[in-house]
Design a protein around this ligand. Structure first.
Ligand code: SF4
Ligand code: SF4
Length: 124
C-alpha cells in the first residue's frame, strides 16, 4: 500500500506556493530549481502553475487523487515541507483537509494510517 500522499497530491494543486527567493539561489544554499519558479513580489518566488485560477504546481506529476509524485521532492521549497498529511502524526492539518475536500477527496482519518501501517507490516 502506497503512502496516502502518493495517492493524493491535492495540496500541490490547490495553493499558491510562495517562498523566499534565496531558496532558489545556489550561492545561498538554495536548491529549488529556478527554472520551475517565477517572480511573485520583490522578496518571493512562486512555483510555476500555482498562481493560476486552478493551481497546479509544475513539479507535480500524475493525477490528483489517483497517483502523484513531486518531481523535485528532495529540492522542494520549505513551505511544501510544512504541509503535513492529517493524522500521520496524530493530529489533523487544516491545509491537507482543505485541499483534499477541494478535489472531492475525503479528509484523511486515523483509520487511513492504521490501514497503511498494517499493510506495510504484513508486506515486510
Ligand atoms: S499532505 Fe494531504 S493534501 Fe497533501 S498530498 Fe498529502 S494527503 Fe494530499
Ligand atoms: S514543489 Fe513538489 S511538493 Fe511543492 S507544491 Fe510542487 S509538487 Fe508539491
Amino acid at each position: 500500500m502506497t503512502h496516502p500522499c502518493l495517492r493524493c497530491g491535492a495540496c500541490c494543486a490547490n495553493f499558491r506556493v510562495a517562498f523566499h527567493w534565496s531558496e532558489a539561489e545556489p550561492s545561498m544554499g538554495g536548491q529549488v530549481p529556478s527554472k520551475l519558479t517565477e517572480k511573485f513580489d520583490p522578496h518571493r518566488l512562486v512555483m510555476r502553475g500555482t498562481q493560476a485560477y486552478q493551481p497546479r504546481c509544475i513539479a507535480l506529476e500524475g493525477s490528483v487523487g489517483v497517483t502523484t509524485r513531486c518531481s523535485i521532492h528532495p529540492q522542494r521549497p520549505s513551505i511544501c515541507r510544512e504541509v503535513l498529511p492529517s493524522w500521520e502524526s496524530g493530529e489533523p492539518y487544516p491545509q491537507c483537509d482543505k485541499a483534499r475536500i477541494a478535489h472531492g477527496l475525503s479528509p484523511l482519518a486515523p483509520e487511513d494510517w492504521i490501514r497503511f501501517k498494517d499493510a506495510n507490516a504484513s508486506a515486510a
